[in-house]
Design a protein around this ligand. Structure first.
Ligand SMILES: [Zn+2]
Length: 265
């Protein structure tokens, strides 16, 4: 599942090349999932430059200088990458944005509905899922106070379910939710309403720490023997205490915990 740090990495890989560049041609490979009229693409995307590449939770927004934007839902396995125009599209290719120099920005995913949409620039935040999207966990707006207030709105949710609730906090998926629970030392199935204010404060601190590190130092984080994310395989030992890790289901998702290091509130 694509999570916020993965999307940040993808944007890092494409923003430098694409920002300010003009799209010469738009090729729609899967009209079922690309909500974009050919006429609109011809008028507002072809011949226009990309103004910026932004992330909203797990969504990527390409803003054009024509005031139109393309919104990509990265879903479980979406991928935006630069390719040569000579590389043939695959079954997963949804749309290709070509530049004059022979490269193209290609979006691929296994998604089967509404994964790419064109919207007018000022309507981006009102469009579909983005309208309902919660606060970005890396934004300065997610203060400890705001986090505690959101938790107060979801007292009956499990801690993991709350961290993954896109309408509250946008962009945290299965693996990073487990990592945040592990690093902060709480059980993912603990009810949010049972956590004391200082315990919520602690979860908030580790949420920021885990996501910042995974975003800014992805390789280091993903080779750190102290991180649960690198020991998720069944039967692995806890990176801290070497006790056997346990696999369980929380909110219907595979969840890895250390029964010794992670406690009830
Ligand atoms: Zn442990």
């Amino acid at each position: 599942m694509i999570e916020l740090p993965d999307v940040e990495r993808m944007i890092d890989g494409i923003a430098g090349y694409t920002t300010g560049k003009t799209i010469s041609r738009v090729l729609i490979d899967d009209a079922e999932v690309v909500d974009l009229e050919v006429e609109l693409a011809e008028e507002y995307l072809e011949g226009h430059a990309i103004d910026s590449v932004e992330r909203h939770g797990r969504y990527v927004v390409l803003r054009f200088r024509s005031e139109y934007s393309l919104v990509f839902d990265m879903g479980d396995d979406g991928r935006l990458r630069l390719e040569s125009q000579t590389a043939p599209p695959t079954e997963r290719t949804k749309i290709r944005l070509q530049f004059a120099a022979g490269r193209e920005l290609r979006f691929s995913s296994s998604g089967s509905e509404g994964v790419v949409r064109a919207v007018r620039g000022d309507e981006v935040s009102d469009s579909g899922a983005l309208e309902e999207l919660g606060i970005d966990p890396l934004s300065e707006d997610l203060t400890a106070e705001r986090f505690a207030a959101l938790a107060g709105d979801n007292p009956r949710s499990s801690l993991k379910g709350f961290l993954m609730n896109e309408q509250a906090i946008a962009g945290i998926g299965n693996d990073y939710a487990d990592e945040i629970c592990f690093q902060s030392g709480f059980r993912p199935d603990e009810k949010v309403g049972n956590l004391l204010p200082e315990q919520l404060h602690r979860v908030h601190r580790y949420l920021k720490r885990v996501l910042r590190r995974a975003t800014l130092h992805w390789s280091a984080a993903h080779s750190d023997p102290g991180w649960l994310i690198n020991s998720r395989d069944n039967g692995s030992a806890c990176p801290r205490c070497r006790h056997e890790l346990k696999s369980m289901r929380v909110t219907g998702r595979k969840t890895i915990i250390c029964p010794r290091c992670q406690r009830a509130a």
